[in-house]
Write a protein that binds this ligand. Structure first.
Ligand code: ASP
Ligand code: MG
Length: 395
């Protein structure tokens, strides 16, 4: 029998009615004859609410205790889905991350999976049970409870799909797959029926809220096919995005335009760089696009990955490093972009056209990214999408 991993995001289980519909869908997949592992997120905005609670108690909550608290969200969902499946006459059992054998490093709030030992899941599948797994959490090799970073249930799902040699990994959310831009920002965004792992990974790393970047990296390394679907879409022919190895490329190098408003831009004198690196390491703040000419340096912080930004910002200020939070990052994603000098030129032209200007810019074959004033982020994103991803109207 083939194993199918299905992951349901927070909005798909936001209330009991929706959770019931998820149980219906799981039940029908099981009755089609598949072995089913279901990875669930916390209900609705639960994770945000738990974080807010912790911050009300203290602005300096220890990361270990944050993980103890946040892991509760997914645990609630897993038990409720298992109960709902029993009510539908299916034998189901729920497991926490640690019971599922998700072993991580010992970094709290943003842990990495280092090994998966899914023995208990395999046993239960062979007994004919549906297994429900709490996403976003694991256990460190020191037996501490850890969480995998925001959106980490995707990573749980892909890691389990790999460890179980699943036929595929289905990711259900409130959108029917991946688009050439965020449709909430760019009305003309096009649905992408097929995509390669590297392109999706670039989009995720550029800050697209599609799939967790680590999850895509995992899927790429382990060659797992991902099917991104909308939870309610059950009819045959419903739209989906299939992410797999060797997906055909489009003729144009540009595939998508991504905007990320959650960034901070650090700058300081060259002499402060080592102190900053130490502070960032201590506060577990990831630094991107770090560069220095000796006299000064700059680096980008992806704020979604930082558990306590006000505290980190204070530590950085004490090192003489400033943090600009009034900028946004726009990225053009594709393949062979540095061969086409006009992608870079278009980013400069787009920023100028909307009146913003560019604070900094980087190029790689797969991505051209620029920092622009945050107020111009959405207009530049729309401008670049119209330039590269929308067919000109027929004459
Ligand atoms: N509940 C976690 C979050 O909101 C993990 C996830 O949804 O994947 O980030
Ligand atoms: Mg969530």
């Amino acid at each position: 029998m083939s194993v199918i991993v299905q992951k349901y995001g927070g909005s798909s289980v936001a209330d009991l009615e929706r959770l019931g519909r998820v149980a219906d869908r799981v039940a029908s997949t099981r009755r089609e004859g598949h072995e089913v592992v279901v990875v669930v997120s916390a209900m609705g905005k639960t994770t945000d609410q738990l974080l807010a609670l912790a911050r009300e108690v203290s602005s300096e909550a220890p990361r270990r205790e944050l993980d103890m608290l946040l892991s509760v969200g997914e645990r609630t969902t897993m038990a409720l889905v298992a109960i709902a499946l029993h009510a539908r006459g299916l034998d189901a059992i729920s497991f926490t991350g640690s019971q599922s054998g998700i072993i991580t490093n010992d970094r709290h709030f943003d842990a990495r999976i280092i090994e998966v030992r899914p023995f208990r899941i395999e046993d239960e599948l062979s007994r004919g049970r549906v297994v429900i797994v709490a996403g976003y959490q694991g256990m460190s090799y020191r037996r501490e409870i850890t969480t995998l970073g925001r959106g980490g249930s995707d990573t749980t799902a892909v890691a389990l799909a790999a460890a179980l040699a699943a036929e595929r990994c289905e990711i259900y959310s409130d959108v029917d797959g991946v688009y050439t831009a965020d449709p909430r920002v760019v009305p003309g965004a096009r649905h992408l029926p097929e995509l390669g792992h590297p392109e999706l990974q670039e989009m995720a790393e550029a800050g697209a809220r599609v799939l967790n970047a680590e999850a895509v990296e995992f899927a790429r390394r382990q060659r797992i096919a991902i099917y991104a679907r909308k939870t309610g879409d059950r009819h045959p022919g419903a739209r989906e995005t299939v992410v797999r190895e060797g997906a055909p490329r489009e003729a144009s190098g540009v595939r998508a335009v991504v905007g990320d408003a959650q960034v901070a831009w650090l700058r300081g004198p060259g002499g402060a760089l080592e102190a900053l690196l130490q502070a960032a390491d201590g506060a577990q703040v990831p630094l991107r696009e770090l560069h220095t000419d000796g006299r000064s340096f700059a680096a980008l912080v992806p704020l979604a990955r930082v558990s306590d930004w006000p505290r980190a910002r204070g530590l950085f200020a004490a090192c003489g490093v400033s943090a600009d939070e009034a900028l946004g990052l726009v990225s053009v994603v594709g393949d062979g972009l540095t061969r086409e000098g006009n992608v870079v030129a278009s980013v400069l032209a787009g920023a100028r056209a909307v009146g913003g200007g560019v604070e900094a810019l980087w190029t790689s074959p797969f991505r051209v990214s620029a920092l622009v004033p945050r107020a111009y982020l959405d207009p530049v994103t729309r401008w670049l999408h119209a330039r590269w991803c929308e067919a000109p109207a027929p004459a």
